[in-house]
Design a protein around this ligand. Sequence first.
Ligand SMILES: [Zn+2]
Length: 181
Amino acid sequence: MTGFPYCSACGAKLQGRPPITCRACGTAHWVNAKPCGGVLVMRDGQLLLLRRAIEPWLGRWDIPGGFCEPDEHPMQTAIREAREECGFEVEITGFLGLWLDRYPDPADPGRPKVTLNAYYHARAGNQVGAPDPHETSEVGWFEPDALPPEIAFPHHAEAVLVAWRDAVKHGRTVNPLPDRP
Ligand SMILES: [Zn+2]
């Protein structure tokens, strides 16, 4: 029974991995999917992608996006990540959908975290800076029918790109966003 985490409430060693209730103090330890926000940014009919400068999927093309901060709506995450990872301001125009995936956790190898990834359509605004070189080695614009063959997080991102291409083809990249923060 080694390797199990400790209770964050009382410090007792847990009898297993979450989800579990601490026998010492009764605190429930949950496991939830981590919310993420990502964005399909278009300009002149082309899609903005970045090449990853970090693991996982180092060197692959990637859709801008990342983990939500604690008080951050996924729409805000999408806007922030487009700026940080690509250097562009973006205007969110619609919602594409939600995809589940698993994200390898360097602190706990072998136990990937489940992510719940919200994707939005957006129009590119001004370029306001350079991409963060620690995250991005280059950015590129791609025609819908000429996307790079190997993308990051393929277990969900390939389905995202299929859905995105379909939305573009049928003119569904603008829709109401009553939850816009
Ligand atoms: Zn406890």
